[in-house]
Design a protein around this ligand. Structure first.
Ligand code: FES
Length: 121
């Protein structure tokens, strides 16, 4: 899949200090292939993971419209498309592409020792 990153968007959600965040293990790195999505539940929170361009992104797993599970949608480049009514969100920021004032919560992620971690902040 070919896509061009939007130069106005950051590659990943900014973490002010990566060492000050509380990290929760969510899955092994090998479990999420390029272009794939997976639901995970760190500390019981519904989170969607997506791997694009080798990077891992994490956003809230329920659609901001009517809470449909986003992992059952489609990933098109950096865009996750909700399976229920086709709302589109940028997995890098959580931003709803048709109304930037709406969106999903985006969470910092990291790799360590072949494992993926999410920080809920
Ligand atoms: S629930 Fe996702 S677009 Fe409606």
């Amino acid at each position: 899949m070919n896509f061009t990153p939007d130069p106005e968007l950051p590659e990943k959600p900014e973490a002010t200090s990566i060492n000050s965040l509380n990290w929760t293990y969510v899955m092994d790195d090998s479990g999420l292939p390029e272009g794939g999505m997976a639901p995970v539940y760190p500390l019981g929170v519904n989170v969607l993971l997506a791997r694009v361009g080798g990077a891992i992104y994490a956003v809230s797993g329920k659609c901001a419209h009517m809470a449909c599970p986003l992992f059952t949608g489609r990933l098109e480049g950096y865009t996750v498309v909700c399976p229920c009514h086709d709302w589109r969100f940028d997995v890098r920021t959580g931003r709803f592409l048709d109304a930037p004032e709406l969106g999903l919560t985006a969470y910092p992620t990291k790799f360590e020792g072949g494992k993926l971690f999410v920080s809920l902040g």
